[in-house]
Ligand binder design. Structure first.
Ligand SMILES: Nc1nc2c(ncn2[C@@H]2O[C@H](COP(=O)(O)OP(=O)(O)OP(=O)(O)O)[C@@H](O)[C@H]2O)c(=O)[nH]1
Ligand SMILES: [Mg+2]
Length: 295
């Protein structure tokens, strides 16, 4: 039985969270089309025939000024120190950009690298590119850094994901299982509920809004076969509150319905969900609130 920890790093929107969900067979990390969806580091455990892989999903990396983004970058880089293997993910439909180069450079200059930790390049979204377009992209990445392995894959369809885990296990040492058979994530149900609601807000609103949204679960009560959840959706300005609520409350109801459906499925219980939208100017500069929100 083998065991090891893998940190997945990369630019926003390349598919890191999608891969973690595919590996653990559960939706533990929210996914969206909007960059910078993941805000904190999330542990998922993949239970495989060869053993266990602890996989760390991290916020997409980018040079950014304000406080939340700095915290996000810290959370991402902290994963490097705890990993036995580093996996840099890129989008296979594009040639390397400034962000991809920045991540590669930082990963290869990390102190952990000097301990001989392997660095895999995961070229994702190959379901969406044809072979002729993929080959020059792979060549460009090959020239970029001395990767231990380059694995083209699709996190969404699962293509080549088994091959990736097999290559990762080749680099892991024999050891005892670190987690119980049914342990999939370090995220509490409360956090999963907050994140699910945030995902539905992102899905339902315009491209600019998601960065202004945070969700805090205030009540999470199990009553018989029912789970009662009350949560606040924080936005930064009154105009954003109006967008989230929508005409006659229609958008907020749709957000609530979508979140409730998904939570019921994951919890395998009936869920009663109450949502409030609150304006909290510059919540993302408020250290205490950020800590409370788990960022
Ligand atoms: N075609 C295709 N799309 C994918 C694949 N993997 C992820 N996506 C899509 O890419 C977008 C971003 O996916 P995420 O998993 O949220 O990306 P991420 O790297 O975690 O993004 P951040 O959390 O913002 O850093 C979503 O719309 C996914 O559905 C893939 O293998 N193929
Ligand atoms: Mg993510």
């Amino acid at each position: 039985m083998k065991f090891g920890t893998v940190a997945i790093l990369g630019c926003p929107n390349v598919g890191k969270s999608t891969l973690v969900n595919t590996l653990v067979h559960h939706k533990i990390s929210i996914v969206s089309d909007t960059p910078q969806t993941t805000r904190a580091r999330i542990l998922g455990v993949a239970h495989c025939p060869q053993g266990q892989l602890a996989v760390l999903d991290t916020p997409g990396l980018r040079a950014h000024p304000h406080r939340l983004k700095k915290r996000m970058a810290r959370a991402a880089w902290s994963a490097v120190d705890d990993a036995d293997l580093l996996a840099v993910m890129v989008d296979g439909s594009r040639r390397p950009g400034t962000g991809d180069r920045f991540v590669a450079e930082r990963v290869f200059s990390a102190p952990r690298r000097r301990d001989g930790v392997p660095v895999f390049l995961l070229v994702n979204k190959i379901d969406a590119v044809n072979r002729l377009k993929l080959l020059p992209v792979l060549d460009a990445y090959q020239a970029l850094a001395p990767w231990t392995e380059i694995v083209p894959l699709s996190a969404r369809t699962g293509r080549n994901v088994d091959r990736m885990t097999a290559l990762m296990f080749d680099r892991m040492t024999e050891g005892d299982a670190a987690f119980d058979d049914d342990f999939v994530t370090d995220q509490s149900w409360r956090r999963l509920a907050a994140e699910t609601i945030r995902e539905k807000v992102i899905d339902a609103t315009t491209a600019e809004l998601p960065h202004a949204v945070a969700v805090q679960v205030e009540e999470f009560l199990e009553e018989g076969r029912l789970t009662r959840v009350a949560a606040s959706i924080f936005v930064e300005r009154p105009g954003q509150k109006a967008i989230v609520i929508g005409r006659a409350g229609a958008r907020l109801r749709a957000i609530g319905a979508a979140a409730r459906r998904e939570l019921s499925r994951e919890l395998e219980r009936k869920v009663f969900l109450r949502l409030h939208v609150k304006v909290k100017e510059a919540w993302c500069e408020d250290d205490r609130l950020l800590a409370e929100l788990g960022y």
